[in-house]
Design a protein around this ligand. Sequence first.
Ligand code: NAD
Length: 497
Amino acid sequence: METIQNAIGGGKITSNSARKGAVYNPATGEQIAELPLSTAAEIDAAVASAKAAQPAWGNTPPLKRARVMFKFKELLDRHAADLARAISAEHGKTHDDALGEVQRGIECVEYACGIPELLKGTFTRNVGPAIDAYADRQPLGVVAGITPFNFPAMVPMWMYPAAIACGNTFILKPSERDPSAPMLAWELLMEAGLPEGVLNIVHGDKEAVDHILDHPDIKAVSFVGSTPIAEYVYQRGTKAGKRVQALGGAKNHMVILPDADLDQAADALMGAGYGSAGERCMAVSVAVPVGEKTADALVEKLKPRVESLKIGPAADSDSEMGPLVTAQHRDKVLGYIDKGVEEGAELVVDGRGFSLQGYEGGYYVGGTLFDRVTPEMTIYREEIFGPVLSVVRAPDYADAVRLINGHEYGNGTAIFTRDGDAARDFADRIEVGMVGVNVPIPVPVAYHSFGGWKRSLFGDHSIYGPEGVHFYTRLKTVTTRWPAGIKSGAQFTFPTL
Ligand code: NAD
């Protein structure tokens, strides 16, 4: 069985921690690797290495830093299938889905290739008599990222390409469920010519996270994961004086207006609800058809689609949906389905009891569809993060908007309609950070930024794109004049023109 190593100061290092975690293949239930739950001393070593590397890296011309990114992008393109296989083996998502994740990660690297332009400052001649001013953004120093299991390659790439392109050095604490893809990407980045110590990876759990949050040499933390942990990371990190962006969980609604093409809407719900077994923070987990007629017709279209979902291991190219990530998570999702039945929702398709011949040990749950879910039900209020779609019937458009705006999460949402006025009104009024109009999963492209509202994001910055560059830099403004422009004599009044 493989033993996962840390990556500190340019080399892979076997941890001496007595505490270990297990990595499973969710398709079969077999343990495939052992992972160290790193000690505080190991995190200190990673931070020391990042701190030593930062001044030279921060002073490296942005164009040279960009060249490393260009090379990294080329290597990622060449190894995309290897990365996708590493993701599928530990996460369980299908190969094509994993390839899509790698591609969206590569796009963040492509954005970081533009860093010389992105860091270009501003200059004003003659802000006063013979006085000039310029402003530019400088790196923070050592920064850290803590990432979730569901996008083991892409979410770290929301963070470290921008952070290091800006001149910071980075400590990544990946999810302990699927650590191999970020390690492979680290190897490629070293091959691309990244100096030692600029990107370090330490594996671990809460203990590692707490040590990162309290470490005085770490200036900023990016976190992506569930809401309770995001809130905790934000509070503890900011209390320790750090800049923190902490992205949390979601409950994404898709509104279907009566004029929508219902086949298109049903297909969109299948991909957005059941793709990656619902383990996406932008998954649609609530369909909100407006009006009883729309709801009846939509459920009629969804039922056979959900019943015929092709569920299987990533190795089977016919699979549309894989297993859940761990046995514990599968049991949690099954518990939510029981709860939905208990609380009176109408179970249209029951995914419990699903089993796959030859893969009986895998963590599979069948596609599940609930109708007549109401806002007080647990399955409506809480994030399930599994292949469970709830239909909440809204009597009219205003109710649909009220429903979404009343939810504690505000990550993504979508509306399906042919009515431009309604779509525009929806985009204006909805209290959600990312909105799709006839686009079910409106994840912004790499040169925009990603971020939810309300309890889906703690902090002032969204992640990647322009907001990423802002998060990983701080503004400095310099005002200059030279002796020929200085009048003799002290001036005691506040300087004005
Ligand atoms: P998680 O919160 O369990 O773990 C995320 C990270 O936090 C991991 O690195 C983990 O080791 C660490 N962690 C776990 N428990 C901790 C604790 N008690 N103290 C300190 N650190 C701890 O999340 P997950 O199950 O890996 O990922 C799924 C969640 O992530 C879902 O809620 C999903 O919506 C969310 N997510 C959000 C986004 C977004 O952009 N908003 C993107 C992807 C995933």
